[in-house]
Design a protein around this ligand. Structure first.
Ligand SMILES: Cc1ncc(C[n+]2csc(CCOP(=O)(O)OP(=O)(O)O)c2C)c(N)n1
Length: 584
């Protein structure tokens, strides 16, 4: 039975089905933590080592489970630390609730200890953002926060002044208009549905196309069957932006895999040649990889009307749930008999997969990062949950970790932040005990939130952290060279022995240095009954080559070498070797 305001909040969270909350304590949330303590049998608190990780863990939890992720932080600095993770939720449209403390209610604005108006600070990041004013406001705030986070797929924030958290439950100051128990704990799924005339028009456009391309993002993750049927009917290859990597298995005959700099060459060909584009649940940002304006007719299926036409001109926009819309659309589509466009894409994928296999099985030293992810892929369970950080690791993961079975995959999509990979895995392990949880991270990204290795140990989360150790901020090194034409600067990292760090935290630590050891050590580490860090010491000069390098990129690269890029000849040798292997 609720005694204080915080109890009302915790009990309402329980009524909404919240079972886990990630966070870090502080005097600004002492009252709330007392309620967490008295409800600990029903609501699990996962203590992380940095509030940013709490927010990322909540995003990972939301992304993988589809349920709201919840995090808590103290007033002032704790709340400020949450922000990057909350922006990740905002940018990738995930329902996350952040609960923070504020200073005493009657000292707000008086420069008192930790007097940061987090509700003002969080205005941009949140879709719902309120100060809890007392016991009769608390439940209304929780209900509105959770409903809004689900409905608008974003961040809700409630901040509770330190003393109000401990105010006794009472109706004494209830306002006349605030009818007791008027607020409901029910979130309605979106019921928007386009009318049948629009769906007919969309079908006509698709039926008139002879080279149909399908771009299926995170909004299509729940319609694998419908997307496969669509691809089969229209003979259209499916391209998957990274957040939609699990829409289809990577070896499905219908997909050409990823898009963008870390995508595949066959996807580039499909986009270059298509005459019709069907976009499903995607706001993939890099428009230069989409068909050129005027090249293709476009049907966009999208839950958020405001995003229709955001990246590409649209002939018909169908707003609503993609599964429901595809179910209505499929019976109206004519079968493309020859399926020539799809067959060509399938042939191209054979060559691409062969090339990836070549690059992933090199036995030369230094060890190539692709050899690690290529081998890891073969060893993963068919229901593994894999997270990646931003960096060259995203390229190695995108290209080598193949979705199959019920595997799930994510990374920080639109925000593209570093350091999310390990905390996403904490969220995944909390949501899915018993499933294999793995993250592939860079040495730069891991160092940012390395304390979370201790969190894995504390909660016995058997997460396997694969750190691709190149002692450099690899992605930026290559961007400086290939996109800017500059020699690398400010990107070298002081080497760290991550296996020893893991051991110091109480996890297992493994080191891989030679290609011939990769499989054996990965098998041993994956079998380890607990958290483990596997550091793979790799070639820092292995470039994350785009699916098709452009002349401009080659010129910029040459410029960087001429302007003094270190190890220029060794990099050229690596690239030349890759090219030679492509042609022989
Ligand atoms: C928080 C944050 N800071 C900086 C960046 C810019 N950035 C993107 S990738 C990257 C390098 C990542 O290095 P590392 O984790 O070592 O992975 P690698 O690229 O070497 O595989 C940087 C600095 C970012 N995306 N996020």
């Amino acid at each position: 039975m609720a005694q204080q305001v915080s109890d009302l909040i915790v009990e309402r969270l329980l009524e909404w089905g919240v079972d886990t909350i990630f966070g870090f304590p502080g005097d600004g949330v002492d009252g709330f933590f007392e309620s967490l303590r008295t409800h600990k049998d029903k609501l699990r608190f996962i203590q992380v080592r940095h509030e940013e990780a709490a927010a990322f863990a909540a995003v990972g939890y939301a992304k993988y489970s589809g349920r709201i992720g919840v995090c808590v932080a103290t007033s002032g600095p704790g709340g400020i630390h949450l922000l990057n993770g909350l922006y990740d939720a905002k940018c990738d449209g995930q329902p996350v609730l952040a609960i923070t403390g504020h200073t005493f209610h009657d000292l707000i604005g008086m420069d008192y200890q930790q007097d940061v108006d987090l509700d003002k600070l969080f205005m941009d990041v949140s879709v719902f953002n309120e100060r809890v004013m007392g016991p009769t406001h608390a439940v209304n705030c929780v209900d509105a926060a959770i409903r809004t986070a689900y409905a608008r797929r974003g961040v809700s924030h409630i901040t509770i002044p330190k003393d109000i958290q401990e105010w006794p439950v009472s109706d004494k100051h209830r306002s006349g208009g605030n009818v007791p128990q008027h607020s409901g704990d029910w979130s309605a799924p979106s019921s928007a549905h386009p009318n049948s005339a629009l769906i007919r028009k969309a079908a006509d456009i698709i039926n008139a196309g002879s080279k149909v391309a399908i771009l299926a993002g995170r909004g299509a993750l729940h319609c694998r069957e419908e997307v496969s049927q669509l691809a089969e009917l229209v003979g259209g290859p499916v391209i998957k932006p990274l957040l939609g990597k699990a829409v289809l298995p990577d070896r499905s005959p219908y997909t050409t895999g990823g898009i963008g700099l870390l995508g595949t060459a066959p996807s580039i060909d499909v986009m270059d040649e298509c005459d019709t584009l069907i976009m499903i649940g995607t706001s993939f940002p890099y428009m230069e990889f989409l068909p050129k304006p005027g090249q293709a007719k476009c049907v966009q299926i999208e839950i958020d009307a405001a995003r229709v036409g955001l990246r590409h001109q649209v002939d018909i926009g169908l707003v609503g749930d993609s599964k429901a819309i595809l179910t209505d659309l499929l019976p109206l589509l004519k079968e493309n008999k020859g399926k020539k466009f799809l067959k060509t894409a399938q042939e191209n994928m054979k060559s691409w997969n062969k090339l990836m296999e070549e690059r992933g099985t090199r036995t030369s030293m230094p060890l190539k990062p692709q050899v690690v992810t290529h081998t890891l892929n073969k060893l993963l369970d068919d229901d593994a949950i894999v997270s990646s950080d931003s960096g060259t690791i995203a390229t190695w993961t995108a290209r080598y970790i193949e979705m199959r079975g019920t595997m799930k995959f994510s990374l920080s999509g639109s925000l593209a932040t570093m350091a999310n990979g390990l905390p996403y895995s904490i969220g995944a392990a909390a949501a899915f005990p018993g499933r294999q949880v793995v993250c592939v991270v860079g040495d730069g990204g891991l160092t940012m939130l390395m304390g979370e290795l201790a969190t894995l140990v504390k909660y016995k989360f058997p997460v396997k952290v694969i750190v691709i150790k190149n002692n450099v901020l690899g992605q930026i090194k290559w961007e400086q060279m290939i996109l800017e034409g500059n020699p690398e600067y400010g990107v070298e990292l002081q080497p760290i022995d991550f296996a020893k760090v893991a051991e110091a935290c109480g996890a297992a630590g493994y080191t891989i240095e030679r290609p011939e050891d990769v499989e054996r050590i990965l098998i041993e580490a994956l079998r380890h009954d607990g958290p483990a860090v596997i550091q793979a010491v790799v070639d820092p000069n292995e470039p994350p080559m785009p699916g098709k390098a452009t002349t401009k990129q080659a010129i910029k690269f040459a410029e960087s070498i001429l302007r003094g890029q270190k190890h220029g000849m060794s990099i050229i040798k690596d690239i030349a070797e890759d090219k030679i292997r492509e042609v022989i």
